[in-house]
Design a protein around this ligand. Sequence first.
Ligand code: FAD
Length: 380
Amino acid sequence: MHFDLTEDQQLIKQTARDFATRQIEPVAAELDKEARWPTEIVSQMAELGFLGMAFPPEHGGGGMDNVSYVLATEEVSRACASCGVIMSVNNSLFCDPLLKHGTEWQKKEILAPTARGEMLGAYGLTEPASGSDAHTMKTAAELQGDGSYLLNGSKNFITCGPEAEHTIIFAITARDGKRVRHTALLVRPDMEGFTLAPHDEKLGIRAAHSCTMYFDNVKVPKEYVLGADGKGFKIAMNTLDGGRIGIASQALGIARAALEKAIAYAKERQAFGGPIANLQAIQWMIADSDVELQAARLLTLRAAALKDKGARHSAESAMAKLYASEMCTRVTHRALQVHGGYGYTTEYGLERHYRDARITEIYEGTSEIMRIVIAKTALS
Ligand SMILES: Cc1cc2nc3c(=O)[nH]c(=O)nc-3n(C[C@H](O)[C@H](O)[C@H](O)COP(=O)(O)OP(=O)(O)OC[C@H]3O[C@@H](n4cnc5c(N)ncnc54)[C@H](O)[C@@H]3O)c2cc1C
């Protein structure tokens, strides 16, 4: 295993850093405050190829690798965690399963424009009464004589749902006693019977809109079935293996923003005759945060490198997400503490990082579910 970035990876990292610092950072607090969808930044990310990074150019992608995707997502999330998750959903939760399971028509008409960022995609697994235990979903689709499906049910918390042109909806398509078959369907908001609720009011990642979706006899043509009938649950779970790399990268970015601010503040703020950086209590908070951030980055890059090699990475992605997200909560907590009362106000932006951190422990599988995935592999 080597730890050096290639020239291409270094260039992508630098490009992402320059872009995020110049274009995203100055408006991030405002986007958060107003819970405003970052239309212009999404277009700029599309121009840079960040909405379809590790996909072949013939399918609209940037032809980069997953290590580059981690590097760029960290930089974008350091400036704005909402922009980071928009990037992650489009790349990992939408384009990835389209590349793996899409028909030639779906790759040409849906994957390519989505990877280029001309349209956006979303992923709909969660339902009001079915989150971690996704098997208990109620949304169902009935096969019709012409090969289309009639979809009924609802999905909630769907990130980018209000803005996406297509959402992958996982639905039950057959029951045989206790055995249930699930199928993945590509659903568009202009399909009759599809309604979107207003976007959710949230603690953090407020500019990355999410919403509930309702399906009332939505006719989904057969061209919009993703993968074969009955393969939906496998597609949903495999997709999350990649998605967790994106969320781990988002956590790295949020934590780095907080740690950088804590270091700068500690050097400036005076107490008891000198900068608080001279106090061992502050130094230890910074040291612990630095170690944990770097350890999380190595876990995340390892998971991405395995994905690039085409190797199994379920446990490694879960480890990266578990460690990076919990690290992010600890690091943002300490960074806020270093800022004292000023950390609690909006002046330094610490409270935004602190709020944004929390979601990384919840979506795409909670920390508890990550431990189950990891333990299953360890005990197998
Ligand atoms: C802002 C936001 C964006 C989201 N975006 C999307 C999206 O784009 N697409 C999508 O499909 N979903 C999305 N989600 C849903 C998210 O993935 C779920 O909220 C998450 O998986 C947890 O499900 P739940 O909320 O139903 O909690 P529950 O599953 O009800 O869990 C409640 C608590 O019980 C614990 N728990 C549950 N089962 C176990 C177990 N077996 N062992 C130990 N503890 C357990 C959980 O860890 C948690 O602490 C999003 C959620 C949010 C808040």
